[in-house]
Write a protein that binds this ligand. Structure first.
Ligand SMILES: Cc1cc2nc3c(=O)[nH]c(=O)nc-3n(C[C@H](O)[C@H](O)[C@H](O)COP(=O)(O)O)c2cc1C
Length: 175
């Protein structure tokens, strides 16, 4: 149990990745961790994962997400060789898809951390599919599903590894 808390404490956003691809076994372990996450109403059939390891498609999604914005051309995935999209079908309650994505992606990120990989939650990828719906087909997203979040995963660069985790102290009230 203590090891879990150490992994939670060690997780931080990686914003610089090496080009080297991660092993297939690591992808499998990360997907399994996603499957272990809590999902609202237990509606697992309303969730779909897409593993993207095609650098051209990753760039296309990034370009579509930033086109016409001040960040045009920036890589929203920071050079990560693997991106996992979480897509959701229509949910019975508004916002449940985003809550599910948060739950699942945190498990992805913790699994990646445990495996010695860098990772970062990417919400910005959603904009790509809204702006250029043909990307849904290109990414093989099933009919009726839309991407609601993603995780960028890979080996962190030395610089990203050295970057400190943002300090925090979220206020608490106890009643
Ligand atoms: C819902 C959500 C969306 C996020 N979207 C992005 C994103 O699009 N791009 C990015 O670089 N970081 C994104 N992040 C990462 C946050 O900026 C990061 O978690 C936060 O600054 C705290 O830093 P830490 O992850 O190192 O603890 C997102 C995080 C969450 C939880």
């Amino acid at each position: 149990m203590a090891e879990t808390l150490v992994t939670i404490a060690n997780r931080k956003s990686t914003r610089g990745f090496k080009m080297d691809q991660i092993p297939a076994a690591a992808v499998d372990a990360i997907l399994k961790a996603g499957n272990e996450a809590p999902v609202g109403t237990g509606a697992f059939p309303t969730i779909h994962f897409t593993v993207i390891q095609n650098a051209d498609l990753i760039k296309k999604i990034s370009d579509a997400a930033t086109r016409g914005t001040p960040r045009a051309g920036a890589d929203i995935f920071y050079g990560a060789p693997t991106v996992i999209l979480v897509s959701a079908a229509e949910q019975p309650f508004p916002g449940l898809d985003l809550a599910d994505a948060g739950s699942i992606i945190q498990n992805f990120l913790l699994a990646a951390t445990d495996l010695g990989l860098g990772s970062v939650y990417i919400f910005g990828s959603n904009a790509a599919f809204a702006a250029e719906p043909e990307l849904l087909k290109e990414a093989g997203i099933p009919e009726g599903f839309k991407p609601v979040s993603s995780a960028a995963i890979g080996y962190a660069t030395a610089e990203a590894t050295a970057a400190p985790k943002a300090p925090r102290n979220i206020p608490v009230n106890r009643v």
